[in-house]
Structures are given as structure tokens and as C-alpha cells.
Ligand binder design. Structure first.
Ligand code: BDP
Length: 591
């Protein structure tokens, strides 16, 4: 899925803003024609979750309708006219001038509907989008079902973040030429000092013709003519003496693909930023451009007061400034794909990203039809994620799940337990799918305490989340660090792979102090993090440490979460540093 682009031949208008909105708790909207006219709308901001914009919608997750009117420019005649929704959580259906034109399931990835045949060229075109975020057990991430939420939390999810609902990312009105570039896939390789950019182009229709690929690298320009057959072409751009993309020097080139008509006139063009780099696992090391790399950073969330999970560009920019300030070079998109704009920024700023699908809260003792439904949803979201993000140099690894468990949370089982076997098949299938779609990146399952060895074995880089010294060895950070050390050594002895501690953290109430350190105090968080980082420093096979979490974030209400918040951030929800942020800055050499 190509990000919308404005150039001489393509148009993209951001139609986000103040839309009309109405909740539909009784599910009468469709029968009553709300796609044509909302009977009692109020105004809502798009993008943004609906939960924090009004008092009466905080916990509302049922159907709601969004509507706006747009004038499609008459000059777009002859083009395909599309609406692209950056993300709508969880399921969306779209109408244009009263006709249903498409929809999407899965709350964190973009989708496009074609409205060409429904445009009113003389007046405004009415758009309506119905969104709902029902917490169903068959969805990914799954709702909690009759058993209730994680630790009895409300709303009843299987995961520890608030199930924000609504249109979360910008909506674009787009025009593309009737025959257009539909997909561009870029992979890069290094050969000594030289780089090679491998480009694969597909058009929306089966088309035979010619085109060209141009790479602009600072003062140098490389042109490669291409022949397109049946709507498909490949090209290789040789870049002598390449300047590889890396966190210290996130150098980007501009790659442009053009389609040409019989007279050499350009009929479509699409440009993207490309970083020439390689990522691979060798033995128990992770190599970026052939050299060992260590990931310093965080698990994050898309979360901010009032916006909820809605894209807030200033927050994104601020987060990157703070990542630099604290000396981080990476993060994981816990627990779902992040906005296109987040990855664009990571490309520019040299932040390495582990990109995750929303496969969180998966258990394998559930009925087979439920597991099969979830598998279908995981596969669809993995395919969409890889198709959307594979051209970003910042993305270095796919995470196909966070903390799946065989039977229930923290209940160990042996590798031959039926739930462990079912999980290995499911998760192994997702890893294979990621490798097949994108052989250029490692893939991982981010593992909970007590994960079967048969599951750990599936990952190219073994990622584990550990809370020794918090949920266990409670109040004893030194004992917790000791447990971590022993377990890392044991897993490494068995698998010999690189390892990342993908989550470790302690809830910390800002301003709460205690000497000696005590749980929830700022001192305790520092001691906890220090112990884990020391353990990692003594083990060269540990190739990354991601603190949980970058910032405090909203979750469901529950006895473990004061104020409906997870307080494991090293920054507060409004991005003020706790003591731990200063500690990490010293340790990581922040600027
Ligand atoms: C891990 C989860 C993460 C939670 C975290 C915690 O992966 O989503 O927020 O624990 O408990 O189990 O803080």
C-alpha cells in the first residue's frame, strides 16, 4: 500500500478535520439510512479516538458513524478517485453518496476504497464511515470473552492497553491515473563499498509498456530503464561507493518510478525515500550493514491524553526528540502497527524499529474455530503490514506476536502439551509467512515468562519480556536481575541465537520517592533498570534492551492500574522525565 502522494499526475488531499459523528448503540443506523444523513450528529475531530473527546463515550465500543462532505475537483475526471483511511479501530465500512463502497477489518493499518463511480462531479460527495470496536474473542487482538478481562479489568480485553476506538489516522481523498503504479518493493544489498537497490514494480492493471527508475543520491543520479510486462517489472540500481543508512548517519536517497507512454511522456510517477542497508542474524549477533548492532530503547504505545490513539504529529516529533535526548536508537511498535508518519520519521532520524502485528493476548486452549479465525486475522494483518512497511530502512524485524501463552497466563506447559503444539503451529506459520513475504528481515515472537522452548526456537532473534523484580521477586530488584541472568544464559545455551529483552520495567508514580528503594518509587525504577542493563552488558549475545515503557499509558480500569494507567513509563504520559529517564540518558549517552 503506497502512502498518498501529491505530484503532477497524482493528487492527495487530507480531508481530516471536524466531521459529523453519532453513536449507534442500537444498531439502527444502516436500516435508517444514516449513511445518507445522520439524524442527530455532533462534531468530532478526525483523527482521534472518540473515547476521550466526550464524557459519554469513554467506554463506548459499539458502532458509531462518521460523516463529511467533500467536493472532488472536476479536474480529477478520468482518474481513479479513492478514499484512504489511515486506520479505523476496529472494523470500518464506507459509503459514498449512499452506496457502500468497501470496508476493512483490523484497527491499525490503512485501507483504500475506490469511489470513482459514485462521485458527484457537480456538488459535494457525501462520505460516511461506520466504525465499531466490539471486543470479540475471534478478533486480533482478542476480546476477553465470558471469562472477563485481564485481571478483571474493564473494558474486558486480553491485553494491557485501552481499546481506543474511532478513526485514528488521517483520511485522504486521492486521485491516481487510470493505469497507475500500485506497488513498489525495494530491497537493498551491500557488496563491499557498493550498494545495490532492487526494485519491483506492479501496476494496478496488466499492462505492457516502458518505464524508468531513478535514484537520486545527493549530487548523483542513476537512471535504469525498465520494461513492464503484464503489469510487472524489476530493476536493479547499482550505487558505487554507497553511503549506508544507519542510526548514526540515516542517509536517504530518493527513488522515483515512472511509467511512460509511447511518446516518452510520463503517465504516472511515484517517489519514495530509500536507505541502503542490510540487516541479518549471524550466529548470536544481529548485524546492521555487516556490523554488530545493539538496540537501546523502548516498547512504546500510540497514546496521548485526549487524542487517545489518534495521530498527533507534534507528539510524534516530541517523542523523537526525547528518544535522541535519552540516547535510544530503537523501539518496538508494541502492540500493533504504528502510523506511516511514525516510520517516515524513524527513517529520517535513524531509529531502528521492530514492527508488530496486534497479535497480543493469544491463547491456544481456546476452541479450534476461534483459533482458526484469529489465525486468518493475524495472516491478513501480517500481509498488510509487510506490504505497507517493507520499504522503510528503519524497520529491521517483524514481530508476529506479543506474549502468546499456551493455556493461561504464566501457566507453564511442556513442549508436547496440545496447546503448546497448537501454538507452535500457529506461530511458526506466521514466522514462515513473514520470511516468505520478506526474506530480507528477521522475524520474532516476543515471549512471555514460561514460554515453551519450541516457541522460542521459532524466532531469528529471541525476544523475551521479563518482570523478575516486579511481578515476581517482588520488591527485590537484585534477586530479579539474578533470575534474568540465569534464564538468559540457559536459553542462550540451548538456542545460541541473539537475544533481546523486549520488555522490562517497574510501575513508578512520578514524584514518589523512597530510600531504600521501594516499589512504585522513582528510585526503585532506576535500581530495577540498572540491574537488568548490567546483566545485559555482561552478555555479548544480548543484542538489545527495550525498557517497558517509553511513557505512561492508558489502560483499562483494574486493581493493578491506578487511574486506569500503566505507570511503567520513564516519561509521564505528558512526556516529563522521571528519574529513570535521566539515569538512562547517562547510561546511553543521550544528546
Ligand atoms: C507485558 C505486556 C505489556 C504490559 C506489561 C505490563 O506485554 O503489554 O503492559 O506486561 O504488565 O506482559 O506492564
Amino acid at each position: 500500500m503506497l502512502y498518498p502522494q501529491q505530484n503532477r499526475l497524482r493528487h492527495a488531499v487530507d480531508i481530516s478535520g471536524l466531521w459529523r459523528f453519532q453513536v449507534d448503540p442500537d444498531g439502527v443506523g444502516e436500516a435508517q439510512g444514516w449513511h445518507d444523513h445522520l439524524p442527530a450528529p455532533r462534531t468530532i475531530a478526525v483523527p482521534g479516538s472518540w473515547n476521550e473527546q466526550f464524557e459519554d463515550t469513554r467506554d463506548y465500543l459499539g458502532a458509531a458513524w462518521y460523516a463529511t462532505d467533500v467536493q472532488v475537483p472536476p479536474s480529477w475526471h478520468g482518474h481513479r478517485v479513492q478514499v484512504r483511511v489511515g486506520s479505523a479501530n476496529y472494523a470500518a465500512r464506507v459509503w459514498a453518496n449512499g452506496t457502500e463502497v468497501g470496508g476493512h477489518e483490523g484497527g491499525h493499518l490503512p485501507f483504500v476504497v475506490d469511489i470513482t463511480d459514485h462521485v458527484d462531479w457537480d456538488g459535494p460527495t457525501r462520505l460516511a464511515i461506520r466504525v465499531e470496536n466490539e471486543l470479540l474473542v475471534t478478533r486480533v487482538p482478542p476480546g476477553a470473552g465470558p471469562g472477563g478481562g485481564m485481571l478483571g479489568s474493564f473494558p474486558a480485553t486480553t491485553y494491557d492497553f485501552f481499546p481506543y476506538a474511532g478513526i485514528h489516522r488521517p483520511v485522504h481523498l486521492i486521485a491516481v491515473p487510470a493505469c497507475h503504479i500500485d506497488a513498489v518493493t525495494v530491497t537493498t544489498t551491500l557488496h563491499g563499498a557498493d550498494g545495490r537497490v532492487h526494485v519491483d514494480v506492479r501496476t494496478n492493471v496488466s499492462w505492457d509498456g516502458v518505464g524508468e527508475v531513478t535514484l537520486v543520491d545527493g549530487p548523483r543520479t542513476f537512471h535504469v530503464p525498465v520494461n513492464i510486462g503484464g503489469g510487472h517489472a524489476t530493476a536493479v540500481v547499482e550505487v558505487p561507493d554507497a553511503r549506508p543508512w544507519c542510526p548514526e548517519d540515516p542517509h536517504l536517497c530518493t527513488l522515483t518510478v515512472r511509467l511512460l507512454d509511447g511518446h516518452g511522456e510520463v503517465t504516472d510517477a511515484y517517489a519514495l525515500e530509500v536507505g541502503i542497508r542490510t540487516i541479518e542474524v549471524q550466529g548470536d549477533r544481529l548485524l546492521l550493514n555487516g556490523k554488530p548492532i545493539f538496540l537501546k530503547g523502548f516498547g512504546k504505545h500510540e497514546d496521548f491524553p485526549i487524542y487517545g490513539r489518534g495521530l498527533a504529529l507534534p507528539v510524534l516529533v516530541r517523542d523523537h526528540a526525547l528518544l535522541r535526548w535519552v540516547g535510544a536508537n530503537s523501539y518496538r511498535t508494541a502492540h500493533y502497527p504504528y502510523a506511516d508518519e511514525a516510520l517516515q520519521l524513524c527513517d529520517r532520524e535513524g531509529i531502528l524499529v521492530i514492527s508488530e502485528i496486534p497479535a497480543v493476548g493469544l491463547g491456544f486452549a481456546d476452541p479450534p474455530d476461534v483459533i482458526a479465525a484469529r489465525r486468518e486475522r493475524c495472516e491478513a494483518q501480517l500481509d498488510e503490514l509487510i506490504a505497507r512497511d517493507r520499504n522503510h530502512p528503519s524497520v529491521i524485524m517483524w514481530s508476529v506476536a506479543n506474549e502468546p501463552f499456551p493455556i493461561s497466563f504464566l501457566r507453564p506447559v511442556s513442549d508436547d502439551d496440545p496447546a503448546a503444539v497448537a501454538g507452535a503451529t500457529f506461530l511458526g506459520g506466521l514466522i514462515d509467512r513473514a520470511h516468505a513475504a520478506d526474506p530480507s528481515r528477521p522475524a520474532t515472537v516476543v515471549a512471555l515468562h514460561d514460554t515453551p522452548m519450541s516457541w522460542l526456537r521459532l524466532s531469528d532473534v529471541v525476544c523475551i519480556n521479563r518482570y523478575y523484580g516486579w511481578y515476581m521477586q517482588t520488591g527485590q530488584p537484585a534477586e530479579g536481575a539474578g533470575k534474568l541472568a540465569a534464564e538468559l544464559d540457559a536459553i542462550h545455551a540451548e538456542l545460541g541465537r541473539p537475544m533481546i529483552v523486549a520488555e522490562f520495567g517497574a510501575d513508578t508514580l512520578p514524584g514518589h520517592h523512597a530510600v531504600p528503594p521501594e516499589m512504585f518509587s522513582e528510585e526503585y525504577q532506576v535500581e530495577f533498570l540498572r540491574g537488568y542493563l548490567d546483566v545485559a552488558d555482561a552478555r555479548p549475545f544480548v543484542v538489545g534492551m527495550h525498557v517497558w515503557n517509553f511513557a505512561d499509558f492508558k489502560t483499562g480500569q483494574g486493581v493493578m492500574r491506578p487511574g486506569g494507567m500503566n505507570h511503567k513509563g520513564v516519561f509521564t504520559r505528558d512526556r516529563r522525565p522521571k528519574m529513570a529517564a535521566h539515569f538512562l540518558r547517562d547510561r546511553w549517552g543521550g544528546r
